[in-house]
Design a protein around this ligand. Sequence first.
Ligand SMILES: Nc1ncnc2c1ncn2[C@@H]1O[C@H](COP(=O)(O)OP(=O)(O)OP(=O)(O)O)[C@@H](O)[C@H]1O
Length: 300
Amino acid sequence: MQRLQLEDVVKIYADKTAVNQISLQVEEGEIYGLLGANGAGKTTTMRMVLGLIYPDDGTILYNGKPYNKELRHIMGYLPEERGLYPKVKVSEQISYLAQLRGMSAKDADKSLKYWLERFEVPDYYDKKIEELSKGNQQKMGFIAAVVHDPQILILDEAFSGLDPVNVELLKSTVKELRDKGTSILFSTHRMEHVEELCRNITILHRSNTVVKGNLKDIKSKYPREEVVLGTSGEVQGLDSLPGVTAVERTEDGYSIRISHIDAAQNILNTAMSQSVIHRFEVKEPTLNQIFIKAVGESNE
Ligand SMILES: Nc1ncnc2c1ncn2[C@@H]1O[C@H](COP(=O)(O)OP(=O)(O)OP(=O)(O)O)[C@@H](O)[C@H]1O
């Protein structure tokens, strides 16, 4: 089922088009990656989905229906900038936010306690936000976004400021929410997180959609331009093979840039005639490479 649908959504600020005809669909139990360079239009898109600002054109549907105020109860938002009041206690603040989203005081308290236990910080219940470290404030922001068990969760740089252990903790929580059916709009500049979590993505650049679709399909359409070669010793003449554009020595062999897939076979033959091969891989482009390429091409 489609939880969230954007069709040709436009937002214009004075003479600046911040979002130009974005269309995307997020299904039940899906994490959708919303990516883009700085100023591309991601936050504006998320704020429109949340009903904080209105689109100038296009439609946004939630479970097939247009926006109404009750939808606040089924949406959760972790903004990029800190959204919690520094001087207010975690318990008061998160419980208040949960009640604004339709929970009873008792259920809100129960859910908050569950999440604090889950993140192994039950003692934060009575702490003020300002007493917590930056990373732990981020965790409280995450709890504030999920405490009322939203159907649609919007995460903007959810893992920023977290140490690697906490990144893993939040990542596994996000996956669990997805598996329970939550639809997640996930925005980040960290492409490796997108590769791990998202099925479909949109890359925005200067308000326009420059790449959109299933991440695996997108990757298969971009040419493979890197060969990783593990060898027992040196291999001569790799840089003069046709289609080889750059050769770099690595710890255990070579990283070779190619302009065409046909070059891979010649590389393998050349290497085999001179050395024992313990690794040969024609690498799929990373999302980072695809992002840089797509944004660069659209600049041109
Ligand atoms: N309230 C506003 N008034 C005027 N222009 C705005 C406003 N909010 C955003 N913009 C402009 O709209 C464009 C998109 O901004 P937006 O904040 O959506 O980008 P973003 O993709 O979230 O960027 P970042 O990765 O830097 O957070 C930018 O050019 C920005 O300057």
